[in-house]
Design a protein around this ligand. Structure first.
Ligand SMILES: [Zn+2]
Length: 418
């Protein structure tokens, strides 16, 4: 068992939705075999696109939460770029209602601005009253510094709230379809420069200092952004950051295939950026691994590179990619990896029922991981409605065996139970 308190070997007994006993030789009415496995707090994903309402041909709360549970997640934060956007209490309430029957806890983010267009603030207080803690216009950057300042100031009146920025300056990123660099020149694909991310991160750190508000950076992808966040933390600013698995496992060279499966915003960067993300994860600069799970219908992702929508699936591969690419090579310890996937994101989103030590009294949100099993990613066998994983055919080490949500086995031996 690995949690925030350290590693030990034991059985875990669950009753009435809670962990009631941890020790040797425990039995119960129903037993899930965890031989050779790690029992950990359920994983928490700060960044998923469930596409409901409005884009249910790509994903729904139901299918996305099943993919999450198979990936070991017991809680996910749904992003607001739905149709309509999550800028309205009624829309947020509908997502939360759908989440009541889901395979994991579904938490709704709320927009920073109405319709995510970066102008008038969304009714943040009303959304907060429904339980929203993470405010973001994700998919779009809050480009206007005055608007961002007001959002940060407003968030200070909402205890536990955090403003989360999709840091890409729209004027610099413009219509770029991949990272701007040697590969974009060679391929003739318009680029999105690293500077588009860096300038917004730098600006928002200054605004965080000005307002005293918490700021969170979604899907950090550049070495410059990692350095800025590291320096801000050293100055004591209340800043957190997440990185997505594709930004520590893939580079812009993948785009040489012209396959839009590799198109994502912010884009896949260079080897140097990948190394910086890994360093940031290892030294605590980056607080969380978040998937940016972004399903798209097959026909959308089969359009030409520059026309295809950006985004890739992540929920069912995030843990295995972390184990294979970061833990096995010694970049992170297993406990560090689980911290990045569970209790640190739980703390950012204020999810007190998740990421807790596996100890008597804790709500039984757990995942049981076999760290040694190897498997190959098969897009046709994913629980997500979409198929746009960039990892088809990739061999990974480590897989979720069971996922338990508030005491209920949702995934058993890798299979979703509902
Ligand atoms: Zn984003």
């Amino acid at each position: 068992m690995v949690d925030a308190t350290g590693e030990r070997t034991a059985d875990v007994r669950v009753r009435g939705g809670r962990v009631v006993e941890v020790g040797a030789g425990l039995t119960g009415d129903e037993t899930l075999d965890a031989t050779g496995c790690v029992v950990a707090p359920g994983l928490v994903d700060l960044h998923v696109h469930l596409r409901e309402p409005g884009m249910e041909d790509a994903e729904t709360v139901d299918t996305g939460s099943r993919a999450a549970a198979r990936g070991g997640f017991t809680a996910v934060v749904a992003m607001p770029n739905t149709e309509p956007a999550l800028d309205d209490p009624a829309v947020v309430a509908a997502v939360l209602a759908a989440g009541k029957h889901a395979c994991c806890e579904v938490v709704s983010s709320g927009c920073i601005t109405r319709a995510r267009v970066g102008e008038a603030l969304a009714p943040m207080g009303e959304l907060y009253d429904l339980g929203v803690r993470l405010f973001t216009d994700d998919g779009a950057c809050v480009a206007d510094a005055g608007v961002m300042r007001r959002a940060l100031e407003y968030s200070r009146a909402l205890p536990g709230a955090v403003v989360a920025q999709h840091a890409e300056d729209p004027d610099l990123a413009a219509s770029g379809a991949m990272h701007e660099g040697a590969w974009s020149s060679r391929l003739g694909i318009p680029g999105r420069p690293a500077a588009a991310e860096d300038v917004i991160v730098a600006r928002d750190l200054i605004l965080a200092e000005l307002t005293g508000a918490r700021v969170h950076f979604l899907h950090v992808s550049t070495s410059g952004a990692v350095d800025l966040v590291r320096a801000a933390k050293a100055r004591g600013l209340p800043v957190t950051a997440e990185a997505a698995p594709h930004h520590f496992t893939l580079t812009d060279e993948c785009c040489a295939t012209f396959d839009p499966i590799f198109k994502v915003h912010p884009p896949l960067r260079t080897d140097r950026d990948v190394e910086a993300i890994k360093r940031g994860l290892a030294d605590g600069t980056i607080d969380a691994i978040a998937t940016d799970h972004a399903p798209h219908p097959v026909e959308q992702k089969e359009r030409p590179f520059e026309e295809a929508p950006a985004g890739m699936l992540g929920l069912e591969t995030a843990l295995a990619l972390t184990l294979t690419e970061l833990v096995d090579p010694g970049v992170l310890t297993l406990a560090d990896a689980l911290a990045l996937l569970s209790w640190r994101p739980a703390a950012i989103a204020g999810l007190a029922a998740h990421g807790q030590p596996v100890a008597p009294g804790a709500i039984a949100n757990l995942c049981v991981v076999d760290p040694a099993v190897t498997w190959e990613v098969d897009p046709l066998r994913l629980a997500s409605k979409a198929r746009n994983t960039p990892y088809a055919g990739r061999k990974l080490t480590g897989r979720v065996r069971h996922t338990i949500l508030a005491g209920e086995p949702i995934v058993v031996d890798g299979d979703a139970q509902r």
